[in-house]
Design a protein around this ligand. Structure first.
Ligand code: G6P
Length: 613
């Protein structure tokens, strides 16, 4: 959470910072700010609201300067307000800081600093860092780089920070622990950001800062990195592989709609080069390297949060059914705190779009300590989770910007399907015929998704009918139960309508009490092994006056006769059907949210990358 961006070089910094902040707004958008150094003076502007509010605020201000830092905030300590917005000044106002993360021992540090005469203006943990660095600089009489390093040795918590000082106006200091930070290297200039998206249009040469590293950036000089313990590090420069067009809306009204529509491509890209339905070959480097471990695994434990957890639930059905390996799926946040029993022959499979989710990262660290093998499924290349795992497979979904996850989910499920099929084939649990058939079906999925996307107009009409509902129930069975959860999550995230996902058979143990004429019930009722059961569940809803919107397979008769409205999807192999059934639910949520006037890409209180626990 929180996006940070900084620039030092010979260009004007402000336009670079603001454009970068817009790219990072998915990380938080309750307040924003910039600070620029010009003529040995720092000009700092910040306000509550979005980056666009900041732009209005600075319209008549002095924004000159070729060094600057910028921040977009997702509040942790202190409410969203002008004063709590970043950057924060030190007491003398000689230095300014932006921060992403949480300083856990900030109360103790604050007490000490207050006793030494420091006065705090904000309620943030970040301001503690500003004062602490200044305090160290005074006490130790060291330059800014060393002051930051020494100050951070007193800090417990997570941070990605950038510090700028008017006393050393030709340098920026950046440091990280637990929160991501990328440095872009241009011609006599440097860029810093929470992820590579603000950097890619300026340079493709980047360095991902590692844990407890402190970087010194001076135009015209080589990037210098030391650890907090003052060990010199040789920067490892990587080439960014990011397509700029994927960071733009490309004619769509919202990123979410663009990303829903990108799914045929993002699924294809996630499968590309990893399978060949004609030869039956599946090759995933990460699996090949750990094949023995996978095939002799006692259990696979899948961890994740939010939508990634839902993908994990689908993965449980896929791996257990195709490969007959026992699978457990856990919220990373629960797993990490409940002293889980883990064995060395367990595989922990961590799923994360951003690769930065704090709970997932901490759960990985715990599982590592207990000796389990960690496999990651991440979308963001070079992210913290991708780097913390023993092996993994990227989902090649491309950057996902809309806060509500869509194409990441289908890419995750596609990769899980490939893993399940590959393991089932290798351990002999799947016959050659079943394996080949499933591979062929998986190969067809992008085209089937494209077909479902054609139904958008009809789904929009349904959205108009139900946009004012105050509750929704989503029901599914088997592998489509997690899709019911995901459909409900999408709706509540972006339209603020209360929605619950349930296994259809469980409805009679509670949610049925809620059903009346006002209650829309979305039922995933495609042709599958529990079709008859779902027909009974629909009858139970209808008997209580509920309005049924059913997802059915083309040519369906029985559910079509019973339901109030149907959305047709093409015939598809049952275990792979979540890749298809989820698409109309994404579109339904999207259109309801748009009709309710909600900010679809930046729903209130949410952030895309949750780097706090
Ligand atoms: C946040 C996002 C969700 C996402 C979840 C897990 O809540 O808003 O869309 O599913 O975090 O994120 P991850 O990046 O680990 O998949």
């Amino acid at each position: 959470m929180c996006g940070i961006v900084a620039y030092i070089g010979s260009k004007e910094a402000y336009p670079i910072l603001v454009k970068g902040l817009r790219r990072l707004e998915y990380r938080g958008y309750d307040s924003a700010g910039v600070a620029l150094t010009h003529n040995h003076q720092i000009n700092l502007y910040k306000c509550k609201g979005k980056v666009s509010d900041l732009e209005l605020f600075v319209a008549d201000k002095d924004i000159r300067g070729q060094i600057g830092i910028g921040h977009t905030r997702w509040a942790t300590h202190g409410s969203p307000s002008d004063v709590n917005a970043h950057p924060h000044y030190s007491m003398s106002e000689d230095l300014v800081i932006i921060h992403n993360g949480i300083i856990e021992n900030y109360a103790t540090l604050k007490e000490g600093l207050t006793q030494r005469g420091y006065v705090f203006k904000s309620e943030t943990d970040t301001e503690v860092l500003a004062h602490l660095i200044e305090d160290v600089q005074k006490k130790e009489n060291v330059d800014l780089h060393n002051a930051v390093r020494l100050a951070l040795s007193e800090v417990i918590g997570a941070y990605a920070i950038v510090v700028m000082s008017k006393k050393e106006p030709q340098r920026l200091i950046a440091a990280k622990k637990g929160s991501p930070m990328v440095i872009g290297i241009g011609e006599n200039e440097y860029y810093i950001a929470s992820d590579a998206t603000p950097i890619v249009e300026h340079t493709r040469n980047v360095v991902y800062l590692d844990e407890e590293e402190v970087a010194l950036l001076e135009p015209g000089k080589e990037l210098r990195i030391v650890t907090i313990g003052n060990h010199e590090i040789t920067p490892y420069i990587q080439q960014l592989q990011l397509e700029l067009e994927l960071l733009e809306k490309g004619g769509y009204d919202h990123f979410m709609l663009k990303e829903i529509n990108e799914q045929p491509r993002s699924i294809r890209d996630s499968l590309r080069g990893r399978m060949d339905p004609d030869t039956g070959r599946v090759s995933m480097a990460g699996i090949i390297d750990f094949e023995k471990k996978f095939l002799s695994a006692r259990r696979i434990i899948i961890i994740g949060c939010g939508t990634s957890w839902h993908a994990g639930l689908v993965g449980e059905y896929l791996i257990e059914e195709f490969a007959r390996i026992p699978v457990e799926v856990e919220y990373a946040s629960e797993f990490r705190y409940r002293n889980p029993i883990l064995f060395e022959d367990d595989i922990v499979l961590a799923i994360s779009q951003s690769g930065e989710t704090a709970d997932t990262l901490a759960a990985i660290q715990l599982a590592k300590q207990k000796g389990a093998t960690i496999f990651g499924i991440c979308n963001v290349v070079g992210s913290s989770i991708a780097r913390a795992t023993d092996a993994g497979a990227y989902t090649h979904a491309g950057p996902e910007i809309g806060v509500a996850s869509t194409k990441a989910f289908t890419a995750q499920v596609s990769v899980l399907a490939l893993i399940a099929l590959s393991l089932g084939h290798k351990n002999g649990r799947l016959s050659e015929v079943q394996y080949r058939k499933a591979l062929f079906e998986l190969h067809r999925i992008p085209d089937l998704v494209a077909e479902v996307l054609q139904a958008e107009h009809a789904i929009q009409e349904l959205a108009a009918l139900f946009k004012d509902a105050s509750n929704f129930l989503y029901l599914g069975r088997g592998v489509n139960f997690p899709v019911a959860l995901e459909g409900a999550l999408k709706l509540k995230e972006i339209s603020y309508i209360h929605a619950e996902g349930y296994p259809a058979a469980e409805m009679k143990h509670g949610p049925i009490a809620l059903i009346d004429e006002e209650m829309p019930v979305v039922v995933i009722a495609n042709r599958n092994t529990s079709y008859d059961k779902i027909v009974s569940n629909i009858q139970e809803v209808k008997a209580r006056g509920g309005k049924v919107i059913a997802i059915v397979t083309k040519g369906d008769k029985e559910v079509t006769r019973l339901a109030d409205y149907v959305i047709q999807i093409p015939e598809v192999e049952e275990l792979l059907s979540p890749l298809i059934t989820v698409v109309p639910l994404q579109l339904l949520s999207y259109h309801i949210a748009v009709m309710r006037g909600c900010n679809v890409d930046q729903p209130r209180n949410l952030a895309k990358s949750v780097t706090v626990e």
